[in-house]
Design a binder for this molecule. Sequence first.
Ligand SMILES: *Cc1c(COP(=O)(O)O)cnc(C)c1O
Length: 421
Amino acid sequence: MEFQNTLEFARKMDGQDPLRKFRSKFYFPKRESGEPYIYLCGNSLGLQPITTEAAILQELEDWKKYGVEGHFHAKHPWMPYHEFLTQAMANIVGAKPIEVVVMNTLSVNLHLMMVSFFRPKGTRTKILIEFDAFPSDKYAVESQLKFHGLDPNEHLIQLKAREGESLIREEDIEQVIKEEGESIALIMLGNTNYYTGQFFDMQRITELGHSMGCTVGFDCAHGAGNVELNLHDAGPDFAVWCSYKYLNSGPGSLGGCFVHERHAHNKDLNRFAGWWGHNKDTRFKMRDGFDPIPGVESWQLSNPPILSMAAIKASLELFEEAGISNLRKKARSLTSFCEFVVEGICNDRIQIISPKDPDKRGSQLSIQVKDADKALFDKISEAGVIADWREPDVIRIAPTAMYNSYEDVFHFSQLLKKQLI
Ligand SMILES: *Cc1c(COP(=O)(O)O)cnc(C)c1O
């Protein structure tokens, strides 16, 4: 596709966008003047779907009306409520329903997964992670190492991009796994990376990791709802993600968790247990020993917050309607257009550090601005853009397929250009 750096062209692309109707299904924050902001921050907090409010009100209404009986008599009974989310969430991450559950939040799930899948033994004690992993993931793995009496300085291997490069080369990941695999208990990588938008070939990493005897998990916080994940086929042991970024389910909403089917019936796998993970038929007898539900549901601890799940349900309905592969198709094109117009600014202060190859990045461009400080970003914000600033010098923008337009992206590039001159 030949792009043109004009407003007319952007509008033409919007006119041909088969997903364009979804934009009007979201609330855009507005400036004092009443003009909507150009919202390019869906990788941090997705916008609110218009249907969310009614979905939450429904549960408040049913609580009013039924009290505890809402567990059985609510329009969407609370007892099995999480099950209403499973199929749609499984479609988003490319998994089977038995492999997916919505529960807790991301960092909590990451810990629960490591309780089961980080089992250091003998000389196999290490965790492999990216050097620029999201801070919470780093704290989680470091604290897990310490919990097992292991010093993170010795037992945490951090993958770094080469000197002068921003992206980790897949061949470097492979080399580390080949060289150090026998001492690695767990490979835990971000897919997609929150800082650069780069994503890795999960299947290759998983197969190599498994061939060396490591367990493999991915943090898909920036992948879910953004790129097409193929968790079942790729075959990692576990994955975790959140639902408030590309999945538009509201601040602090519940996370998703994947455990591969190969572990579904292994009752001996060590896990922290709670009543919501126990066999549904005997859960309320309250007497039996813990009998895990087959599949990832057995990692559930508590009965879940229905109000938050209602927001997830409303959002997932939009994903079901739009289709994740259609969204991905638009995201590729929209992100490439964004790259084209940003490069069209022709200013040697800016450099896009996200992968050039559209198959290696999601709906995100990380723009490094030479000699910039946050003042530049604040000016762009004042001019009407909501994006994300990462110290020391990176603007992250996420043209999300669900609600962003080609016109949004075009206007953003114009505003950025103005601030750079
Ligand atoms: C957003 C994000 C988190 C946030 O974790 P919460 O437990 O949901 O607060 C963790 N890890 C990564 C990679 C993220 O992108």
